[in-house]
Design a protein around this ligand. Structure first.
Ligand code: GLV
Ligand code: MN
Ligand code: MN
Length: 412
């Protein structure tokens, strides 16, 4: 079977999807449940309906588009990714997995394939942590890795997830979101690498074997505010400066973990009251720490706590840490890794096994179903920036390998 990807159509669809953005092109900002996200979802659902897929949505907006197999009672084969984008992002992160997933299904349809198992495209809600502070919201819920009390606990601008999802048109109990046992027989996600290896070494396809363990937390620092002119330097308990020292210590600890695989980022810093002539009395840092080795990552988390306490007592401020998540790494299923490699070999595509340093919805899907990931190169490894770029050839190769993998898995 020689499945053909219509890369012209797929490229046009990626371009149209990128136009649903709250930032000027080439940047893409598409925060979950914003008006823009809802319009983008409508566009993707329309494409799915045109391909005669049956679309359903769950209470948190995870969207499933199913192509019925000849034995529809069998567990399906899933594929998909996300379309939400962090502020000032690029156009390929997540979207390639959704739209090339759809094109892989259309290629199978055009080739006259009738799969034995149904094939289902999944658009996961809020893979990005931008709005609710936690990544992979939709897939966490699907995998029962997040309690449905998250509906009230997670907030954005003073509104709960429950209020926001219901204004976006997604109601019903979050307790209904987890997938039942045996919903899928396998899950395969296509994604840009978001790192430099494939592009640098001119490899067509990365076959992911594991996904690094992410953790994130918030540090709240409380000092004493005051007049920027009147409070003398020796008398200050500046919450921001303590937080700045903590952020630098986080960098130092990650750099001295003994492994290049430890990474730590302080990506959010909020000051109160945030006035030029006022000493900051409160500061919040949002921190992301990852490693492919969970024990080493956890050691780094512990060292960060120690450093935080030393800095707090020296500067006379109080500190409190609120954990957001500390997830174990995921391991891809050997059977799916083999199926992807066979598909690459049959197409004569250069491929290499690799680890995903970014997290993906597959981190959670792997808890409930045999999962694999296909990576394609992106230019210079750039991602989460407007300059993110994946060449049409690279996308086409990824879609071909995905289509072949779906075909083989759906016939088992
Ligand atoms: C996903 O976007 C990640 O931050 O790894
Ligand atoms: Mn991302
Ligand atoms: Mn992504």
């Amino acid at each position: 079977m020689n499945l053909k990807i219509n890369i012209a159509q797929l490229s046009t669809e990626l371009e149209i999807l990128a136009s649903f953005s709250d930032a000027p092109a080439p940047a893409v900002t598409r925060v979950v449940f914003s008006e823009t996200d809802l319009r983008a979802r409508r566009y993707v659902k329309e494409l799915c309906a045109n391909a005669e897929l049956t679309v359903r949505e769950d209470a948190v907006g995870n969207t499933f588009a199913r192509w019925l197999g000849s034995e529809p009672e069998l567990p399906a084969i899933g594929t998909g990714s996300h379309i939400d984008a962090i502020p000032n992002a690029g156009r390929y992160d997540g979207t390639v997995g959704v739209l090339a997933g759809l094109e892989a299904i259309r290629a199978l349809q055009r080739a006259g394939v009738r799969p034995r198992r149904s094939i289902e495209l999944v658009l996961f809600t809020s893979e990005e942590p931008t709005r609710f502070g936690i990544g992979c919201l939709g897939s966490r819920l699907l995998a029962s890795a997040l309690d449905h009390s998250a509906g009230e606990m997670l907030t954005s601008d003073g509104r709960s997830l429950n209020q926001i999802r219901s204004s976006a048109g997604f109601s019903g109990p979050l307790g209904d979101v987890p997938l039942c046992d045996g919903a899928y027989a396998a899950f395969v996600e296509l994604h840009i690498e978001q790192g430099p290896i494939l592009d640098r070494d001119r490899i067509d396809i990365g076959v992911v074997t594991a996904i690094a363990a992410p953790a994130s937390f918030r540090i709240f620092v409380e000092g004493e505010g005051g007049h920027a002119g009147a409070v003398l330097m020796p008398d200050r308990r500046d919450a921001f400066l303590a937080a700045a020292e903590i952020a630098l210590s986080i960098e130092r600890i990650a750099r001295s973990s003994g492994s290049i695989d430890t990474v730590a980022t302080t990506g959010v810093c909020e000051l109160f009251p945030g006035a030029i002539n006022s000493v900051p009395s409160r500061t919040r840092l949002d921190v992301d720490v990852r490693d492919i080795d969970q024990a080493r990552r956890d050691m780094v988390l512990l060292e960060i706590e120690r450093a935080r306490d030393v800095i707090a007592s020296r500067r006379g401020v109080t500190v409190r840490t609120e954990p957001i998540n500390a997830d174990p790494p995921a391991h891809c299923a050997p059977a799916i890794v083999d199926a992807i490699e066979r598909a690459c070999a049959a197409r004569g595509l250069q491929h290499r096994r690799m680890i995903s340093r970014a997290y993906h919805d597959s981190l959670f899907m792997s808890r409930i179903v045999k999962t694999g990931m296909i990576f394609i190169p992106c230019r210079d490894g750039i991602s989460h920036r407007p300059e993110e770029y994946a060449a049409p050839d690279a996308i086409s190769h990824g879609a071909e390998v995905l289509a072949d993998t779906l075909a083989s898995l759906s016939s088992l």
